[in-house]
Unconditional design. Structure first.
Lengths: 112, 110
């Protein structure tokens, strides 16, 4: 079974803090993704990566950056957290075509 | 117009009922289609892919109508454990990006 592990299930941070969310997958998948999920808005793609050191912006990249130094690890960084970044963050991985996503359990971030 | 639209529900049905959800998509170039299931406070999990000819997996049947640009999910003999949110997912042509609907909530009661 594919295993996608996110480092923290619940985080509480203050406005302006730097936040790291880490994600590790064990299936040697090329593709990795970061989404956020908000009530009424569904899942929205923040960033994705096709390969090591490669990244592409999704639909809502503002306020976020990512890092992929190793194939199995994809990190999401909030340089200066803001209250509107309070959300559920979901990491996913997939093999290429057809793209079927396997998600981690999610990280629920609250920014005060 | 949203790229993928679903009725948010909730659909409240008794055990044993048959229930169907539709999902419409706006991009005619879309190539791949999926249904995901998400339990409360859990991550989404792939339920089934949707093939052009339609496909069935036990009590679940998925259909694709390219002409009208919608996909459907039919659940027969509903179980209490089917209570969840069902997400419609569409993949754009020549890209690995998936577009998610906001989900349809199903509640099965005894």
């Amino acid at each position: 079974d594919v295993k996608v592990t996110q480092s923290s299930r619940y985080l509480v941070k203050r406005t302006g803090e730097k936040v790291f969310l880490e994600c590790v997958q064990d299936m040697d998948h090329e593709n990795m993704f970061w989404y956020r999920q908000d009530p009424g808005l569904g899942l929205r793609l923040i960033y994705f990566s096709y390969d090591v050191k490669m990244k592409e912006k999704g639909d809502i990249p503002e306020g976020y950056s990512v890092s992929r130094e190793k194939k199995e690890r994809f990190s999401l960084i909030l340089e200066s957290a803001s209250t509107n970044q309070t959300s559920m963050y979901l990491c996913a991985s997939s093999s290429p075509a057809p793209v079927m996503l396997f998600f981690g359990e999610g990280s629920r971030l609250t920014v005060l | 117009r949203k790229e993928v639209e679903q009725d948010p529900g909730p659909f409240n049905v008794p055990e044993g009922a048959t229930v169907a959800f539709n999902c419409t998509y706006s991009n005619s170039a879309s190539q791949s289609f999926f249904w995901y299931r998400q339990d409360c406070r859990k991550e989404p999990k792939l339920l089934m892919s949707v093939y052009s000819s339609g496909n069935e997996d036990g009590r679940f049947t998925a259909q694709l109508n390219r002409a009208s640009q919608y996909i459907s999910l039919l659940i027969r003999d509903s179980k209490l454990s089917d209570s969840a949110t069902y997400l419609c997912v569409v993949n754009k042509k020549d890209t690995d990006k998936l577009i998610f609907g906001t989900g349809t909530r199903l509640q099965v009661f005894p």
